[in-house]
Ligand binder design. Structure first.
Ligand SMILES: C[S@@+](CC[C@H](N)C(=O)[O-])C[C@H]1O[C@@H](n2cnc3c(N)ncnc32)[C@H](O)[C@@H]1O
Length: 218
């Protein structure tokens, strides 16, 4: 494995050919899987947005043998890594990668809708706010009634950071790209949910001052 320079993920990812390894995924994937199993559908079509290395897709699809997991990312290197992880995993319930950019009106997977679940891990704060808007618009369009949207990452709450480390992370994101930043659950995200016919279902505190947030399509 060789070290690569910093990428969108703001971390030093090792690689083995096209396959990227994310140190943060290694740390958080079990906690995410455990909450996912308690809050999300266990069967049916699940669509992952901003799949990154592809490691979460493999970990979650393996834990959900009755779900049909489909993943994607707009970034070509990420898609190459996802493809390599999928090929090595040999899971019959995992497919992709799709070149899905949530800011586009068409995600290219409309023919597979409706979805039982849509998942986006560590994406909306490392992208312009248009990505959060596009994600919720797509969830409103493509989730089945009663379907769930699962988000994971840091959030501020009612205008306040939940930890000094998140405040520092927010500043570092904005220094890198002023359009990026930790989103506020009540002020930024709940209005998007409401506009797109989604209701807040669960907010679960996670290690390292992150949250899993689950919405249900009305
Ligand atoms: C920080 S990485 C997280 C990757 C992975 N989910 C994880 O937690 O390891 C954010 C990912 O979101 C993707 N992304 C950024 N903008 C996006 C957009 N508009 N639509 C879909 N994905 C996007 C990036 O290409 C990147 O792979």
């Amino acid at each position: 494995m060789t070290k690569t320079p910093k990428e969108t993920a703001l971390e030093n990812r090792a690689h083995d050919g096209a396959k990227l390894f994310s140190p943060s995924t290694e740390r958080n994937r079990d906690a995410i899987r455990d909450v996912f199993l308690k809050t999300m559908p266990q069967k049916g079509r699940i669509l992952e947005i901003g799949g990154g290395t592809g490691e979460h897709a493999v970990h979650l699809a393996r834990a959900l043998p009755d779900a049909e997991w489909r993943t994607g990312d707009p970034d070509e290197k990420a898609r190459a890594s996802i493809a390599a992880w999928i090929a090595d995993a040999g899971l019959s319930n995992l497919s992709g990668p799709h070149a899905i950019d949530v800011t586009q009106a068409d995600w290219g997977v409309e023919d597979r809708a409706p979805f039982a679940g849509i998942v986006s891990i560590n994406m909306i704060h490392i992208a312009p706010f248009a990505a959060a808007k596009g994600l919720f618009a797509g969830a409103g369009r493509l989730l089945a009634p009663g379907g769930k949207l699962f988000l994971y990452g840091p959030f501020s709450r009612k205008g306040a950071h939940t930890a000094p480390s998140n405040e520092a992370f927010d500043a570092s994101l904005k220094a890198r790209d002023p359009r990026w930043g930790v989103r506020d659950l009540e002020r930024d995200i709940l209005p998007l949910a409401q506009e797109n016919g989604l209701s807040l279902d669960a907010v679960v505190e996670m290690p390292a001052n992150n949250f899993s947030v689950v919405f249900t399509k009305d």
